[in-house]
Design a protein around this ligand. Sequence first.
Ligand SMILES: [Zn+2]
Length: 296
Amino acid sequence: MKLKKAIAVVIAAVTVFMFCSCETINDFFENDLKVESGLDEGNLISYYIDVGQGDSEFIIFPDGKTMLIDAGTREGGEQVIKLINKLGCKKIDFLIATHPHSDHIGGLADVIKEFDVDKIYMPKAVTQTKTYEYLLQTIQNKNKKIKTAKAGMNITNSDEFDYSADILSPVSDSYEDLNNYSAVVMIRFKNKKFLYMGDAEKQVENELLENKTDVNADVVKVGHHGSRTASTAKFLKAVGAKYAVFSLGKDNDYGHPHKQTIARWEKTGAEMYRTDQKGTITISTDGDSIKVETEK
Ligand SMILES: [Zn+2]
């Protein structure tokens, strides 16, 4: 390589490194992210991390910005940290705690300590657990403020890369069940859409349908670990997903996923993937086609 060209590459690499959350500087060198996942630069990538019984999704946007939705239990958080480090990401631009149950927020405090986190979103659902208090304390120690997750909120969008991320729920101010406070997130990249349901149940699904919220998506992170209390036939029809991801642990105490839920999903004809069977599931899109890769 001529010296001038080499300098140009280094300058370009450093520029990219400065602006992106993920270490795309590696794109100029032999990089194990590409080798491992076979994914192309400029795609939207969604990792459904195997955190045992719990939930955690890490999303890399086409411009390198990143989002983390939940981080499983405290033990699950270790898996989340491991994956983000492996991907060479240093910063989480958008962190979403769907609702304050320990199988979703248990690992978040350690993640927040480990990485540079920009915006944090949580629904206004208060609970008195040690896990929740520890999370709030950790956020405060980092001098961060929490944005209240609410239906109709735009988290981010890019005209240049043609993507957006919005919060569809919570619709109401209060719910009886903490699960229904779940921040429901819709991410769009060009013609493809990814829906993340948290632990939202039937009540929220009905609210979304009543409000005529556009829930149509290609890929969905199934609500509440495949519990029978979520995934009504009517809702699944409105979503019309081709890929359904279940996040849960093997032989869990709740009997997730429930048989009825699996049957309802089967009827839709969607391809189903389970983290208890497949490990971490990676779904990527160039905006037109979708690719699924699994750990096992
Ligand atoms: Zn849960």
